[in-house]
Design a protein around this ligand. Structure first.
Ligand SMILES: *Cc1c(COP(=O)(O)O)cnc(C)c1O
Length: 511
């Protein structure tokens, strides 16, 4: 079955001519992809029938080019793909940025870097998480650039590099904490560490960096930047300056172009989140993704105001039901937890009750998600439940089966939703974050009893880096290994399947 086929099946049921209700009218269902997935899991097809995230890879590449144009000549660009590529999927984001000329990639965690390596990405990767003793070998075996916060780790890395006989010295970046408090060397510790590292085999100090709270506290960030630059000058004078000094992220590279130094580490801008200063400076980036959801039902509100909370639709209001919710990482814009928020909401209700809505106009539109169908767009008034979203569809002529676009400020946790990647307007790949359950099996044991640590792969991996077995083995619980999940052991097919548990523990109470 083709991608096109599946997406049409998930469309409005009127065939490609009708198209989805996308903003540009150029929806995915009107495309004629011929790509065929080798194995198309039924669950993926089922998920695509309710919602998908579309990510335009051309936009990601264009954003990188826009940032590149803004950089001073010679500045390197490290593309940050942490947080699963800011929600668009780290693997395809990394591939796209590497192909578009990023000099390096950055991940927050080791596991994210390992996943990129497993998917065949060979670009330099700087891991922001510092290595800890049981995990050191991963950096060395996979050639991951290490962030180091102390002398002990540097010495341990050097020892392991020698023991493993790693050919090229491991590239290390020292992180200095200028006040953010997330970890790092104190400024005074840098010079002695750099000086001492010169004689350590197997490691090479490639970089020195810091991370500043620019977005939230720009003036403080600029003061800290000054202190960092003073440290760099001091190192320079003593002949201890590492080759790559970097500190600027998306905000700082715009706010203070002189902070671009040897390299910038860019996340937000690449994903279309531009600080106002960027737009003023002519640095234009666009959001690459959109969340497309198929309407399940539309009905008129009865006498009881719909929803758990209620209070957002009057009798007779058209109410649309969407099959996405909290479980998909969607959150209400803002929760009225503080009395200030409550006052604002109360004020709006009062004014609404007095018929003042028209007078107030668009400026009082509640902050938060919006919903778009065709060329119409309204604020999303309603509520998210575990697996549902109910909203007031006034102003949107919706029918069941139609597709709408949910405009949410950030897609940070699209945990269950498939991502459809487009290039040249055509689907080229689908990512589907599947949670595979692995059973812990002691060496020589036929099957482990139920209730083992299924899914707890981190501790076992920590003890046995890169597959060095020490008596514990993890293997898929079910015989049907997902495509790309690695080769299942032959016995895995014989392992008893897990009994079907509840889809979500909270479903009963919250859904
Ligand atoms: C997240 C992060 C960045 C990127 O920040 P953006 O604001 O998204 O550009 C850079 N460096 C480090 C260490 C980070 O954690």
């Amino acid at each position: 079955m083709t991608v096109e086929h599946h997406l049409q099946a998930s469309g409005d049921g009127q065939g490609p001519a009708a198209g989805p209700a996308g903003s540009d009218g150029k929806g995915i269902a009107s495309l004629s992809a011929t790509d065929t997935l080798a194995t198309w899991p039924d669950e993926l097809a089922a998920t695509l029938a309710r919602a998908r995230i579309e990510v335009d890879l051309d936009v990601l590449a264009a954003n990188l080019a826009a940032v590149r144009r803004f950089l001073r000549p010679g500045t390197r660009l490290l593309a940050v793909v942490k947080g699963d590529g800011y929600g668009v999927g780290a693997e395809m984001a990394a591939r796209t940025f590497a192909a578009a000329g990023a000099d390096a990639l950055g991940t927050a965690t080791l596991e994210s870097a390992l996943r990129l390596r497993r998917s065949g990405i060979t670009a330099p990767i700087l891991v922001f998480q510092p290595p800890e003793p049981p995990l050191l070998d991963f950096w060395l075996r996979e050639g991951l650039q290490a962030t180091v916060h102390d002398a002990a780790t540097l010495h341990a890395l050097s020892q392991r590099a020698v023991a493993l006989g790693v050919g090229r010295p491991l590239a290390v970046h020292l992180e200095v904490d200028m006040g953010l408090g997330r970890g790092g060397l104190a400024p005074g510790q840098v010079a002695p560490l750099v000086a001492g590292a010169a004689s350590l085999p197997g490691v090479r100090i490639e970089g020195l960096y810091t991370h500043l709270p620019t977005a939230a506290r720009p003036r403080l960030a600029l003061r800290l930047l000054d202190r960092f630059l003073r440290l760099v000058r001091d190192l320079e004078e003593r002949g201890l300056r590492p080759p790559l000094v970097h500190c600027a992220e998306s905000h700082l590279l715009v706010l203070a172009p002189y902070a671009q130094l040897d390299m910038v580490r860019v996340g937000n801008l690449l994903y279309g989140y531009a600080p106002r200063a960027a737009r003023r400076a002519g640095l234009a980036v666009r959001p690459p993704s959109r969340l497309v959801v198929r309407v399940w039902a539309v009905h008129r509100a009865g006498d009881m105001t719909p929803g758990y909370r209620g209070g957002w639709a009057r009798p007779g209001t058209p109410v649309a039901v969407l099959p996405v919710g909290l479980a998909d990482g969607l959150r209400p814009a803002r929760e009225a937890r503080h009395w200030g928020d409550r006052m604002v909401i109360l004020g709006r209700r009062l004014l609404g009750a007095l018929g003042a809505r028209q007078v107030l106009g668009a400026s009082t539109a509640p902050p938060g998600p919006r919903v778009r169908a065709g060329h119409r767009e309204v604020p999303l008034r309603g509520e998210f439940m575990m697996n549902h979203c109910l909203f007031d569809a006034t102003g949107l002529p919706l029918a069941p089966g139609q597709e709408v676009e949910l405009l949410v400020s950030r897609l940070t946790a699209p945990a269950h939703l498939p991502v459809v990647y487009l290039r040249g307007g055509r689907p080229v790949a689908v990512a589907w974050p599947q949670r595979q359950v692995l059973e812990c099996v002691a060496a020589g044991t036929a099957t482990a009893g139920p209730g083992g640590m299924a899914g707890g792969d981190a501790p076992a991996a920590a003890e046995a880096p890169a597959g060095a077995g020490d008596g514990q083995e993890l293997r898929p619980v079910t015989g049907a290994a997902s495509p790309g999940a690695g080769a299942a052991s032959p016995e895995a097919a014989l392992a008893p399947p897990v009994a079907g548990g509840p889809a979500h523990p909270d479903e009963e109470t919250m859904g």
